[in-house]
Design a protein around this ligand. Structure first.
Ligand SMILES: Nc1nc2c(c(=O)[nH]1)N[C@H]1C(S)=C(S)[C@@H](COP(=O)(O)O)O[C@H]1N2
Ligand SMILES: [Mo]
Length: 559
């Protein structure tokens, strides 16, 4: 008899191909299965699109020397035309990778939707995806793990994330929402306007003029709120604008020495805030697409943060001009806030009364509670994420790895806390979080108010077999991390701050039996890996076996 099921039916039943599971509608008397939707196909209203005019003129470069910059915020009519063009055609859906296998390619994801959106508008945006990728190849380390080709998102491999306490520029993670504007420094200017007494336009030389603005130099750790998201995905998938772009592991964090000026001083130079201004809206020059709308990258920071001299305008990263991919010629660095507020390719700052209504500020980077999801969430249900809580990660060994050791397992990683707090203690457990060893202070990199600490530790481990290594950090306010991913799981999959857990197979060679078995494997020329291969020899001779039972009570008792 031939089976009539789908070939992967067993996998589907086991939830190993979750995206193919039908929904079960149990609202009526009978349960109804709703199959997953298939994409209906591509359509395009060529006539309607053509009627809008020539894209080269409609979506032209805003300023000479600013390749890839189209201004949207000043021109609502232009935004409206772009919206109509985008709704005059259909685009293929996001690839499903949360409930089906993640592609084994590098770049992991291609970003075809974003590429098609740029092509659909054309004009200045046409070459943006290609320019972006060319810049990645030029500026980033050849070993970067590219999560998304366009908009470019990439993190260094675990081995290189914490190889130095200050991250070399080519290895610093990158998180982009759009293309990389290529801006000529001599043509560059930044406008400060809105609710300030005396709006001004600054060149880079103006900002670098030390007689006007004192230099500010800070070593700062930047962390994306999506860092370690893959752990939340592996537990339960979620959704959010960030998500189709970046299934981040532990590498979306990096540390650099930044040079620039305090935004507070520049606002003072504009005569200060007026008329109840309380927030600063920051404008990034690239084009961001969201729900068939186009916009520049806008977020805001509160004046209280600026007033504390914790918002920098930066042109230098680790002794070099800011790399193009990191915001050249000028970016914001907000100390102790999530990366999203540190706007790259900054061209305008506007003083406003309320936090920005732009989607990145008002509708994204929200921390929902667990009961809020696709069908019931509202932006006001989420906490806007600013400071990251205390967190940590094990960068070596890796989960599912087999470690051969002499009684202790060498572990490496990072620890960080947002908001100007810093790691005071890092603890490791080899038994799933029951008992904890604290990493000696000398094994942690130097403390800094705004920086992570990298660490290394030989974690005592006597047992063999699968163990769970857990890492947690205590910051200087004695905050620590929730112990399970579930405790902090949220629909937007942000802020994975739970203790980092990895499964490791421990082989303790300081034990005699293990040492002898090793010698036997070696003698017989049997490869060690993978651990799942059954050994091809008797682990005990019959003589030994019989001798044991002669000397011990039998398995079963008579009475
Ligand atoms: N203009 C602009 N600024 C931006 C972004 C962006 O997409 N566009 N991404 C933000 C996010 S979400 C993060 S985490 C940081 C990452 O900075 P990096 O790419 O220099 O590491 O930049 C922030 N600034
Ligand atoms: Mo981010």
């Amino acid at each position: 008899m031939e089976t009539v099921n789908r070939p992967n039916e067993w996998k589907i039943e086991q939830g190993l191909a979750g995206a193919e599971l039908p929904f079960l509608d149990q609202t009526g008397r009978d349960t109804v299965a709703i199959p997953p939707q298939k994409w209906v196909g591509f359509w395009k209203d060529e006539e309607a699109i053509k009627a809008f005019g020539d894209p080269k003129q409609l979506f032209a470069r805003e300023l000479e020397g600013w390749k890839g910059y189209v201004e949207w915020e000043k021109y609502p009519e232009k935004k409206a035309i772009a919206h109509k063009i985008l709704t005059s055609q259909s685009f293929p859906p996001h690839p499903e990778y949360q409930m089906s296998p993640i592609p084994d390619t590098n770049p992991v994801l291609d970003g075809y939707r974003w590429k098609l959106w740029h092509q659909a508008l054309g004009g200045e945006l046409d070459s943006v995806p290609d320019d972006s990728w060319a810049m990645v190849l030029k500026e980033k380390h050849p070993e970067m793990l590219h999560l998304l080709q366009f908009p470019y998102n990439g993190e260094p491999p675990k081995r290189l994330v914490t190889s130095k306490p200050v991250t070399p520029n080519p290895l610093h993670f990158v998180r982009n929402h759009g293309g990389i504007p290529i801006i000529d420094k001599d043509k560059f200017s930044m406008t400060l306007d809105g609710l300030v007494a005396d709006p001004k336009v600054y060149s880079l030389d103006d900002l670098m003029d030390e007689s006007k603005f004192p230099r500010m130099e800070k070593v700062v750790t930047m962390q994306c709120s999506g860092t370690r998201r893959i752990e939340q995905i592996c537990l339960y998938p979620g959704q959010g604008d960030e998500l189709p772009q970046a299934p981040w592991a532990e590498g979306a964090i990096g540390t650099a020495k930044y040079v620039g000026v305090s935004l507070k001083k520049v606002i003072k130079d504009c005569g200060g805030l007026i008329n109840g201004a309380k927030h600063l809206e920051l404008y990034g020059a690239e084009t961001y697409f969201k729900a068939d709308q186009v916009m520049n990258y806008l977020v805001s920071v509160p004046w209280s943060k600026v007033k504390a001299n914790e918002v920098m305008l930066v042109w230098e990263m680790n002794g070099e001009p800011l790399p193009k991919i990191h915001g050249y010629p000028l970016r914001v660095v907000v100390l102790g806030y999530i990366g999203a507020r540190s706007v790259k390719w900054l061209y305008r700052i506007k003083a406003i009364e309320t936090p920005s209504l732009a989607p990145v500020q008002s509708k994204e980077y929200l921390y929902f509670n667990q009961q809020v999801g696709k069908h019931n969430q509202r932006p006001t249900d989420g906490i806007q994420i600013q400071e990251m809580p205390v967190s940590s990660a094990i960068m070596s060994p890796w989960t599912k790895q087999v470690v051969i050791h002499n009684g202790s397992i060498r572990c490496k990683g990072w620890a960080y806390s947002g908001g100007g707090r810093w790691p005071e203690r890092v603890e490791l457990s080899a038994d799933g979080g029951f008992s904890w060893y604290s990493v000696p202070n000398e094994n942690l990199s130097k403390k800094g108010k705004w920086t992570w600490r990298t660490w290394e530790y030989d974690l005592p481990c006597d047992v063999e077999g699968w163990i769970e290594i857990v890492c947690r950090c205590w910051d200087n306010s004695l905050n620590t991390q929730p112990l399970a991913v579930r405790a902090a799981w949220n629909w937007g999959l942000h802020v994975t701050s739970s203790a980092h857990r990895i499964s490791v197979y421990s082989i303790n060679k300081s034990r005699d039996l293990t040492k002898q078995r090793f010698e036997k494997f070696d003698h017989l020329g049997i490869p060690l890996a993978p651990i799942t291969q059954p050994e091809e020899f008797q682990t005990q001779s019959w003589e030994e076996y019989e001798k044991f039972w002669k000397e011990h009570d039998p398995r079963d008792v008579d009475e």
